[in-house]
Design a protein around this ligand. Structure first.
Ligand SMILES: N[C@@H](CCC(=O)N[C@@H](CS)C(=O)NCC(=O)O)C(=O)O
Length: 112
């Protein structure tokens, strides 16, 4: 797969999902991040880069787009939140809840 094509796939995933998580299925930080989002009833989509076809090419594109070398790499409303530590921190400060409420389609239920 060409790099440009991988970049388009990564960009489309961010644009088309209110909460987009680039993940790896074996990554404990990804598990923690996905667990928190699930607990908060968040409508998120995870792309498991170690499982899907062309995952390593797409991960290379994600690194370039996000300037972040690790997974999870989380986007809310097209904006990069960061990794699991950033997500957990934003949850503690209330910033996460604010970002989710401000993003159309991020919440499965109105209450948070
Ligand atoms: N502080 C980061 C740690 C994330 C991390 O170290 N992830 C590992 C996988 S468990 C990683 O991305 N390693 C590089 C790679 O898989 O390319 C966070 O909280 O998200």
């Amino acid at each position: 797969m060409k790099h440009a094509e991988a970049k388009e796939i990564a960009k489309a995933f961010i644009a088309n999902n209110p909460v987009a998580v680039f993940s790896k299925s074996y990554c404990p930080f990804c598990t923690k991040a996905k667990r928190l989002l699930t607990e908060l009833n968040v409508n998120f989509k995870a792309m498991e880069l170690d499982v899907i076809e062309n995952g390593s090419e797409i991960h290379a594109a994600v690194k370039e787009i996000s300037e972040q070398n690790t997974v999870p790499c989380i986007y809310i409303g097209g904006k990069r939140v960061g990794g699991n530590d950033d997500l957990q921190h934003k949850h503690r400060t209330g910033e996460l809840q604010k970002a989710l409420r401000g993003t159309d389609g991020a919440l499965l239920h109105a209450e948070l």
